[in-house]
Design a protein around this ligand. Sequence first.
Ligand code: PRP
Length: 181
Amino acid sequence: MSNPANRSSEPKVLISAEKLDERIAEIASEIQNDYQGREIVAICVLKGSFIFFSDVLRKLDLPIHCEFLGVSSYGDKKVSSGEVKVTLDINEPLENKHVILFEDIVDSGLTLSYILANLRARRPASLKTCALLMKPESMRVEVPVEYVGFKIGPEFVIGYGMDYAGKYRGLPYIGYLEPEH
Ligand code: PRP
């Protein structure tokens, strides 16, 4: 994630609440079609994904077990070190289960790459990723993401679950902070 030093406090809108609603309905309908007749384990990667996760899940008419996975990617640093620590593990065994992982954003891809390797070792029947945002220009590793909400540029984004220094997670849209002059 890029260093958002010296940002102004008034966010600008990058993706409106209406556009988010529309795209989330489309993603949910894709998942609904792909998983018809199957039970799924849906994993929310904390913290940033909690709003996206609950909005997609409310649109799915499937038998779903919800799980929450806490990871800390960067410690105190603002750029990804590639070191990922599991701070809260899921409770459910994944062997022979159909698993969908929900991420708010794939930036360098290092967090997702670590999580996927960790979950694959638990031998799920299938494992797919659904990410609201992807930054193709920032990717440092190749990771498969089967459901993507929006591809965005390198801007530092906040809102709809995502924070800057612990703030802005409750914004109903995806925003960005412009550097202060
Ligand atoms: C964000 C996001 C991903 C990760 C993506 O988490 O939720 O887990 O960064 O970055 P990467 O692709 O460069 O690895 P963050 O560390 O901001 O934690 P949070 O979700 O708890 O706010």
